[in-house]
Design a protein. Structure first.
Length: 408
């Protein structure tokens, strides 16, 4: 029986160095039994190294690893009750689906009847019933991944480690497998530790998200907490889109930014304390200029199907707004922001590095300009090529006429 209050894995003061560079810096993490935990961060943040420490593929330079309260330092990977699914599924191409899933059980000399029962149970779980005799080489990417999941789960590990297993799949299949993985985890109750750089994957599947950067944990929380209550500018920017502004906390429930004082829902800051303000693009309403708390000029509009992504310049700071209401480039608009749309954060080392879409607008403008220049270059090259072809055709025609005349 699962005990979701029980800690199954504890990492205490883990430090890892490679060639003098610190990859994990005094990392502490506790994972509960039966939890779906995602380690989220960009390349080089230390998330895969953390997974390798848990798996036993790598020993920390400092710190301790506990599994069910037992110290696992020095215990090799094959003696830990964990299994790993990598980006490449490492299936045996000359085996069929059944034999791939059964491989680990055969190595452990499990009786044949039990092997068949457990393999067929896993194939039902991953929706591959009827595929037992199919060659894995003839399966789709999503089906191959299900075989890899079944092969890992058939050994009944206490913890399943997944190192960016969806990265090789196309967008639609990736979404389908997000749902599949979550359903499988809930059906088995096994602790899943999932590594990804994809925010959508982390938010859609996890009980707990661990945001990492520069070898340190930036924030741990539920997907809702991570998105709605980021602890610093890095988390706010990395998870979704955010307008992040310099502000001052006037008093409890009152914050000043962009030349205006707003009501908010935050408290506990010192009066006059400098803070970072986060406003998500979807939480801003575009209104008539005279009705807005702030006023600005639209500098960019992008249609994205379900909404418009609009950049508004307010005093040199460019806001991103996601709205179903259209406003054209050059229009003066008002912005309305409700108190619960404003999130106040303490200043951090990441303050001032994120959240202004001036760079975004400049990049879009540069890309558009580059596209126009490339189009012009291509048109010029095409015209030159056509001119050469026409000249060659004329030469061929005149050469042919000369030959005919000589023959006459």
């Amino acid at each position: 029986m699962l005990n979701h209050e029980k800690n199954i894995i504890e990492l205490k003061n883990i430090t890892v160095r490679f060639d003098g560079e610190t990859i994990l810096d005094d990392l502490n993490l506790t994972i509960r039994d039966g939890e779906f935990v995602t380690l989220l961060g960009s390349s080089g943040c230390g998330k895969t190294t953390t997974l390798r420490i848990i798996a036993g593929f790598l020993e920390p330079d400092e710190g301790e690893v506990f599994f069910d309260s037992k110290n696992m330092n020095g215990v090799p990977a094959h003696k830990r009750e964990v299994n790993t699914i990598f980006q490449r599924y490492a299936l045996f191409p000359h085996y069929n689906v059944f034999d791939n899933v059964a491989y680990g059980l055969k190595v452990r000399h499990v009786p044949k009847d039990e092997i068949r029962e457990r393999v067929m149970e896993m194939l039902r779980l991953v929706n591959l019933e009827g595929f037992a005799k199919r060659s894995v080489a003839k399966l789709s990417g999503g089906q191959q991944q299900r075989v890899a999941i079944a092969r890992a789960l058939v050994l009944k590990p206490k913890v399943l480690l997944l190192d960016e297993p969806l990265s090789a799949l196309d967008a639609k299949l990736r979404k389908d497998m997000q749902v599949e993985l979550r359903n499988i985890q809930q059906a088995t109750g096994i602790t899943f530790i999932f590594v990804t750089h994809d925010q959508e994957e982390a938010l859609s599947m996890s009980d707990t998200v661990v945001v990492m950067n520069e070898g340190k944990i930036q924030q741990i929380g539920s997907p809702e907490d991570i998105y709605n209550e980021p602890q610093n500018a890095f988390v706010a920017d990395f998870i979704g889109e955010s307008n992040i502004l310099d502000g001052v906390m006037k008093e409890d429930f009152k914050a000043s930014f962009s030349g205006h004082t707003f009501r908010c829902v935050d408290k506990g800051f010192a009066p006059g304390e400098a803070v970072d303000i986060v406003v998500r693009p979807e939480d801003v309403d575009i209104v008539k200029p005279e009705n807005g708390m702030l006023r600005g000029t639209v500098t960019s509009v992008t249609f994205l199907g379900v909404h418009y992504e609009i950049i508004v310049d307010i005093g040199g700071f460019k806001w991103m707004i996601q709205t179903t209401d259209y406003a054209g480039v050059g229009d003066t608009v008002g912005l309305s922001i409700d108190p619960d749309a404003i999130h106040v954060m303490k200043k951090s080392k990441y303050s001032g590095l994120y959240g202004d879409y001036s760079t975004f607008s400049d990049e879009m403008e540069e890309m558009n300009q580059m596209s126009e220049e490339l189009a012009e270059e291509y048109a010029e090259e095409l015209a030159a090529q056509r001119a050469e072809e026409e000249e060659e055709e004329k030469d061929d025609a005149s050469g042919g006429s000369a030959e005919e005349g000589a023959g006459t």
